[in-house]
Design a protein around this ligand. Structure first.
Ligand code: SF4
Length: 370
């Protein structure tokens, strides 16, 4: 990329700052989102991606489960939740039904189970602890990445204990780490409009801080492409970066595209491909202290996730297998990819696939077929 092109894209000053190892400011973040030349922005983000990871592109062999979609919250963007047990489409698995999902796959080289649920008002705390204990009994080696910070806050309020106590008790039952969902956009203006009845941004971050202090690693997301402003996106990124300075507990930043089908925000358009690529690129450049940027193919679509591997992303998430949250909101992606599919996608993007576990230990370096 020539200096002229960066200058023309109004990115030369930011490129110089990055070269001088200077941290980008809030205003730089806004400027990145407004940069007219998407390819120049992508080039800058890709340079940072390659400095950290070269061509390496991570994925894992995981199983996504949603034990209940009964939820007392009313997030406008959500097509997954059903308010009450018994409502059409409401489902709550018994602990045994959840365990059966793992039992039939126990022979697979899975390394992670990822569980996210609705906020069910009637389940006892033991339900979740029995779930974790049961999964570990079947596969003690498997990593349990379960329950968003929103769920942790909900458990604390429902069962009358502190957020920290919830994490300690779930940790004792087998919880290894927290997924990054529920962050949406931290700004109170947006949260008030799209998800007013779940935990606010401050508590979300405080729960991640507590989890980090307890030794758990976590991820963090951003739901983009709905009513948020560019400034609110940058504020979200800066708040993540600030907590990460203190704890170093976030492993990956995961942009999540808003999907408009079957929810109360269906009049809004979905974010464009270029916006999705831009969010990944700006995330890579602003989050100088977060190791990984994940292109979650379920949310962005497989082709855009593959392209994002040249716009700052170094991770494609995993095989997933049973996702419903995005599919109920209209996602046209497959519900599962095999490890062969993911490897082929990465190789096709001229990157090197690396199978990782949840904590980014290398599980396998797949050998290319000739
Ligand atoms: S996004 Fe989560 S908390 Fe909000 S309504 Fe859906 S399931 Fe419930």
């Amino acid at each position: 990329m020539t200096t002229d092109r960066l200058r023309h894209a109004q990115l030369a000053g930011i490129a110089e700052k990055i070269d001088a190892h200077e941290r980008l400011s809030f205003d730089d973040g806004v400027q990145l989102f407004h940069a007219p030349d998407l390819l120049a922005l992508g080039w800058l983000a890709n340079r940072e991606r390659e400095r950290r990871h070269g061509d390496r592109t991570y994925f894992n062999h995981n199983l996504r489960l949603e034990a209940t979609n009964v939820c007392e919250a009313t997030c406008l963007f959500c097509a997954f939740a059903r308010l009450r047990p018994g409502d059409a489409g409401a489902h709550t698995m018994t602990v045994e039904q959840v365990l059966a999902k793992l039992r039939v796959r126990a022979h697979q080289p899975l390394t992670e189970i990822h569980i996210v649920n609705g906020l069910h008002p009637d389940l006892p705390f033991d339900y979740y602890k029995d779930l974790l204990r049961g999964l570990k009994a079947i596969r003690p080696d498997i990593h349990l990445k379960c329950f968003t910070a929103v769920e942790i806050a909900f458990f604390a309020d429902l069962y009358g204990i502190s957020d920290e106590q919830v994490l300690i008790e779930l940790g004792a039952a087998g919880l290894d780490s927290l997924p990054g969902g529920g962050a949406e956009i931290f700004a109170a203006r947006v949260r008030q409009k799209i998800c007013h009845d779940k935990c606010d941004g401050d508590r979300f971050l405080a729960i991640h801080r507590t989890a980090h202090h307890l030794g758990m690693r976590t991820n963090v997301t951003m739901l983009y492409g709905h009513i948020e402003t560019i400034e609110e996106r940058v504020d979200h990124l800066v708040q993540i970066r600030s907590l990460q300075d203190d704890t170093h507990g976030f492993q990956a930043f995961i942009p999540l595209a808003f999907h408009p089908d079957n929810n109360q925000m269906r009049k809004l358009p979905a974010p464009s491909a270029s916006d999705t690529l831009r969010v990944h690129a700006v995330g890579r450049l602003m989050l100088d202290n977060v190791d990984h940027i994940k292109a979650y193919w379920i949310s962005s679509g497989v082709e855009i996730a593959q392209t994002a591997l040249w716009f700052g992303a170094d991770d494609l998430d995993g095989t997933v297998q049973e996702e419903t949250i995005y599919h109920m909101a209209g996602s046209k992606t497959p519900t599962a990819l095999s490890t062969d599919d993911i490897e082929a996608l990465i190789r096709d993007a001229r990157r090197e696939p690396i199978e990782r576990d949840t904590l980014y230990n290398v599980v396998r370096v797949p050998v290319a077929a000739h």
